[in-house]
Design a protein around this ligand. Structure first.
Ligand SMILES: [Zn+2]
Length: 199
């Protein structure tokens, strides 16, 4: 890149591989880092590596966690009888932001898709069924995305869960069809959880 020291070009290239960072933002970050003191930059690079090395999936709910079980699964104040099923760890953060959900989660790490050849064995469904059988789960709220894959997944789960004799609900409409839980505002998501319906 013209006018750049070689290491600066390398950093711009590396940063533009990150989601949401275009060339302009990458350049701003590089100039900012060059002005920042060494200690802060060292701290940032350590945190980047530590996240990669220490964060993995919770053994119970498959949310991101830096210990075997995540802080939600180990929280005695959370209702273990109420399980909210989401597709992605990002969705846990969205539901948590509403501040109205006191249960626990199950992250599927994907959704069923005939087109992409993703069947029930490719996502975290077996673990959900085990949890429902082993723990006293009263209700499972299906909070998969309101798009084709999310609806297919919700339907499939309702079919395999209902024979186990628990309440199965689906978050209410209000979240635009085809959109994602992740991009839904807190008020809408909160209303959608409150207004959940049997499926
Ligand atoms: Zn967990």
């Amino acid at each position: 890149m013209r006018g750049y020291a070689e290491w600066m070009s390398k950093l711009v290239d590396a940063l533009t591989k990150l989601p949401g960072i275009g060339k302009k933002s990458a350049e701003r970050i590089v100039f900012h880092l060059l002005k920042t003191n060494r200690e802060e930059v060292a701290n940032l690079s350590q945190i980047l590596l530590a996240v990669k090395e220490n964060v993995s999936f919770c053994k119970t709910c498959h949310n991101f966690s830096d210990s075997e079980l995540c802080h939600i699964c180990t929280d005695a104040g959370r209702d273990k009888g109420l399980v909210c099923v989401v597709e992605d760890p990002k969705d846990v953060i969205s539901v948590e932001k509403t501040g109205v959900f006191a249960g626990v989660y199950h992250v599927l790490l994907g959704s069923l898709s005939a087109l992409e050849g993703i069947g029930p064995d490719e996502i975290q469904i077996a673990g959900l069924l085990r949890r429902v059988k082993e723990q006293k789960v009263r209700e499972v709220i299906l909070a998969t995305n309101p798009n084709t894959e999310g609806e297919t997944t919700a339907l499939y789960l309702s079919r395999v869960l209902k024979p186990l004799g628990l309440k199965v609900t689906r978050i209410a409409r209000g979240i635009p069809v085809g959109s994602h839980i992740e991009y839904t505002d807190q008020a809408t998501l909160s209303r959608s959880l409150d207004g959940r319906l049997p499926i």
